[in-house]
Design a protein around this ligand. Structure first.
Ligand code: G1P
Length: 308
């Protein structure tokens, strides 16, 4: 499953159903990925690989996909500004899919941030502590604590030298932005590396109002580096090893593997629930599993993997 798919899953879990992609030349494969592949469907229909298509079919039924291209690589700020035509005048989430995030204990990072947005209605960046010598790889923030794990940003610097870093709190690739950021980005001058930086635009937004930095719950893998990519692969491999093969009969509800937990199905019919096989209680009482992860087997008996 490509990284971008994990990013879309995370956004969907956070209640975001309109996916807008900023792509560039040579990235047409992305559009095709989030679309029906008649050739593939034809080739594997009726084989034991058919279950592999379920996830992407469910995803396509759950959201819309729009694409626009950044003309040239002029920085993350410019890429986000390119999305204005799709986002318009709404608050929106940004996922940099090479940062792969997972929270085994509950909601994903973007869903955690949506909760904070609902309370404060301002732009929010997800942050984590990093060794100070890594400050050169990140936007670094500092600010005043207003709640546990939540700071009001007073300063932000894009990829500073460790000596100049205002803290060791690094921005990772998850943002919730209010649409006034587009106006700010229109007059944000190229900064670090000659690129328009979202960090600079957010610093300006913080001066005129409020920007929050949230220390998220969960793990983040930097899949833009070989080391991070390998770590993520190993992590998901271990997670996948726990998947058991489960025989599923017609009329049964089953859950697709999802971050290592399962819960009862979204419908309340007790008869249906009795027919559930091997489904565990959620790890957390209030843990939600998106409906998209549930499959109702109407047709033949199928074998699909289930995570325990
Ligand atoms: C971008 C942002 C940076 C942020 C990072 C997170 O940098 O400009 O502020 O800390 O993503 O991954 P990039 O990694 O694209 O150079």
């Amino acid at each position: 499953k490509p990284l971008i798919h994990y990013g879309v899953d995370e956004a969907l879990e956070a209640g975001m159903k309109n996916m807008a992609f900023i792509t560039g030349r040579g990235k047409r494969a992305l559009e095709d990925y989030f679309d029906i592949s008649y050739e593939l469907e034809h080739q594997i229909s009726g084989t034991n690989k058919e279950h592999l298509l379920i996830e992407i079919r469910e995803l396509m039924a759950s959201c819309t996909f729009s694409f626009t291209r950044q003309e040239s690589m002029r920085g993350l700020g410019n890429a986000i500004h390119t999305g204005k035509v799709l986002v318009r005048d709404e608050p929106f989430g940004v996922v940099l899919a090479d940062d792969l995030c997972i929270n085994e204990e509950g909601e994903g990072v973007l869903a955690q941030m949506v909760k904070i947005y609902e309370k404060y209605r301002c732009s929010i960046v997800a942050v984590m502590e990093v060794p100070i010598e890594q400050s050169k790889n990140y936007g670094i923030v500092t600010g005043r604590a207003i709640e546990d794990d939540l700071l009001m940003v007073s300063d932000m610097v894009e990829k500073p030298d460790p000596k100049e870093a205002p803290s060791n709190l690094a921005v990772i690739g998850r943002y919730i932005l209010t649409p006034d950021i587009f106006t700010i980005l229109e007059h944000t001058k190229p900064g670090k590396n000659g690129e328009v930086q979202i960090t600079d635009a957010l610093k300006e937004q913080a001066k005129g109002g409020m920007v929050l930095a949230y220390k998220f719950k969960g793990k983040r893998f930097d899949c833009g580096s070989v080391e991070g990519f390998v770590q993520a692969t190993n992590f998901f491999y271990e997670l996948g090893k726990n998947a058991k093969k489960c025989r599923v009969y017609p009329g049964e509800w089953v859950a697709l593997p999802y971050e290592g937990f399962l819960c009862t199905p979204p419908i309340g019919d007790p008869k249906e629930q009795k027919k559930l096989r091997g489904c565990a209680e959620p790890k957390k009482k209030d843990a939600k599993v998106p409906e998209a992860l549930w499959v109702h087997r109407k047709q033949k008996e199928k074998i699909i993997p289930i995570m325990f």
